[in-house]
Design a binder for this molecule. Structure first.
Ligand code: ATP
Ligand code: MG
Length: 556
């Protein structure tokens, strides 16, 4: 069954026999890293091909030689693969088609459907008119086809400087749609291209390259975001004039996410001005940043699914994305004990040199994950937040005279609080009940709190990075006058904790491995800064599901 309007169109096209099979494409411009918005386009294009037994190409839209780099191409390929999609041998480049595009341009000129214009860029803009006023024709618009052809060839030969001439389609200077007022097809740009080198000094504009590339590849359904709706008549005009395979453009609304920007230009600024450590900074909305942060690719695919495909503009709550992340990690991440803000605890009645190996369940959601052992000894660390000297009513964790359960361990009772001269708590003294090993009292007495802990002499000292939204405004582009989006950067987006105490098994964590630190959150071993035996952890998400809470509230 069709789950959105594009699937409906495809089903009809297959039923009517218009197409025997479908062919889509994902067409990134290699001028930056992919972000979560691109994930929507990737999942849509590759997903439809999968669902309907068709094919999806990866096509680099590399028509702008000055902004494109191999680094971006490599990162895009890595990200698409990571999301779980495969373009097999169908890796294409718009630049593969430069010869064909040029030949077609000559044909349009010969047919009187394109001409070389010598107005400057500013003049072209002035002549174009506005939504309420028709444009006026360039004085070169009606020059003979042979003259345009000669000039086009000389443009290509490199006779003219940048900006001195352009090739324009000859359509309608009075068209209601500004895109149809003789759009530019080629501009002169004496620049080296990453694939074609110095072969060309004229480069095709997006509208001229894109639809023709679709057609050459036999793309049946060319999916793009709504801002291209007004370009569709032009897309169709070129295809019609050339009489080539009629790819069909269909628009859908782009993904917008709260607290997030997706413009590559702005993301580039964050990188270049050092507001983040790079495109793959775990706070970035890029796929490489999310990967490093610990977001599982299946969670991103699930998220995109839930967002759906429509023509309605909307902003999706970041909390929904995090909900999808937790959903996967709750099922799959192994549990570990970790103390981020350590407070020493000495168990006075525990034998000095004794060490016990306690059995801990790796994942209560998955029996197959088995168990591991964690060492227990006389000196432990607990999280500072799990102790209060004067606990308020609903605080069920450790307090003077209070008994709590140590996860997978024993019941302990706080007997003494050691402080420095200024009253800061330095250490707690406790006793334990040897009968409660594993967390149950044979006499049936209960405790209200269970807290996590790590054995002090065995603890792995580690750096842990806590992240918050990179922007503290829901819409980072909403700014006071005279400011730009950078004013909305969240000064607390990164909190580096050193001296965290982790259970020793985490020394073996491999870069990219994800865990739930019990009661603390989901964490991922950083893929760049971890060293063998010395992982650095990134917080992927907290345990609080604000999305579920928001849902409950709206239901009420
Ligand atoms: P920018 O405007 O920031 O330069 P772009 O969106 O034009 O970036 P492209 O590399 O051209 O980036 O995008 C490749 C494909 O991804 C296009 O088909 C585009 O429509 C789609 N895409 C980009 N951003 C989003 C988004 N936020 N939601 C859905 N699809 C998107
Ligand atoms: Mg684009």
């Amino acid at each position: 069954m069709a789950s959105h309007f594009i699937e409906e169109i495809i089903e009809q096209d297959l039923e009517s026999g218009k197409h025997e099979s479908i062919h889509t494409r994902f067409p990134p411009e290699p001028n930056g890293y992919l972000h979560i918005g691109h994930a929507k386009a990737i999942c849509l294009n590759f997903g439809l091909a999968e669902k309907f037994g068709g094919l999806c190409n990866l096509r680099f839209d590399d028509t702008n030689p000055t902004k494109e780099e191999q680094e971006y191409i490599d990162s895009i390929k890595e990200d698409v693969r990571w999301l779980g999609f495969d373009w097999e041998d169908r890796e294409f480049y718009a630049s593969d088609y430069f010869d064909q595009l040029y030949a077609w341009a000559e044909k349009l000129v010969s047919d009187g459907k394109a001409y070389v214009d010598e107005l400057s860029a500013d003049e072209i803009r002035d002549y174009r008119g506005t939504l309420t006023e028709p444009g006026k024709p360039s004085p070169w618009r009606d020059r003979p086809a042979e003259e345009s052809l000669d000039l086009l060839r000389r443009m290509r030969e490199g006779e003219f400087p940048d900006g001195s001439k352009v090739l324009r389609a000859r359509i309608d200077m009075a068209a209601g749609n500004l895109n149809m007022r003789d759009p530019v097809m080629y501009r002169i740009l004496h620049a080296r291209h990453h694939r074609t080198g110095d072969d060309w000094c004229i480069y095709p504009m997006y509208d001229w390259a894109h639809g023709q590339s679709d057609s050459i590849e036999g793309i049946t359904h060319s999916l793009c975001t709504l801002e291209f709706e007004d370009h569709r008549p032009l897309y169709e005009w070129f295809i019609e004039q050339l009489g080539i395979f009629p790819s069909r453009q269909i628009e859908f609304s782009r993904l917008n996410l709260s607290h997030t920007i997706m413009s590559k230009r702005k993301l580039l600024r964050l990188v270049q001005e050092g507001h983040v450590t790079g495109w793959d900074d775990p706070r970035m909305p890029t796929l490489s940043g999310m990967r490093r942060r610990g977001y599982p690719p299946e969670a991103l695919r699930d998220f995109v699914d839930r967002v759906g495909v429509t023509k309605q503009e909307s902003v999706i709550e970041f909390a929904l994305l995090e909900h999808c992340i937790r959903d996967v990690l709750n099922r799959e991440a192994q549990r570990r004990l970790a103390v981020l803000d350590p407070l020493k605890v000495v168990i006075e009645n525990y034998p000095e040199e004794q060490v016990e190996e306690l059995e801990a369940v790796n994942n209560p959601e998955d029996d197959a994950a088995g168990t591991r052992v964690v060492p227990f000894s006389r000196e432990l660390y607990i999280d500072r937040a799990d102790f209060m000297e004067e606990p308020p009513k609903k605080f069920f964790r450790l307090a003077p005279g209070r008994e709590v359960r140590l996860r997978w361990g024993y019941f302990v009772t706080c007997t003494d609080v050691i402080k420095d001269g200024e009253g800061n708590v330095l250490e707690l003294r406790c006793t334990y009940d040897p009968e409660t090993r594993g967390g149950q009292a044979p006499d049936g007495r209960r405790v209200k709190g269970t807290i996590h802990w790590v054995s002090a002499p065995h603890a792995l000292d580690a750096e842990v990075r806590l992240y918050e939204h990179l922007f503290d405004r829901e819409d980072p582009n909403e700014t006071d006058e005279g400011q730009d989006f950078l004013a909305n950067l969240n000064p607390n987006s990164l909190d580096v904790r050193t001296g965290c105490k982790l259970e020793p098994s985490l020394a073996e964590a491999k870069p990219g491995e994800r865990y739930q630190f019990e009661r603390v959150g989901y964490f991922c071993a950083d893929s760049k800064d971890s060293a063998p035996g010395k992982p650095v952890f990134n917080r992927t998400a907290t345990l609080r599901d604000t999305w579920a809470k928001m849902q409950r509230k709206t239901e009420e």
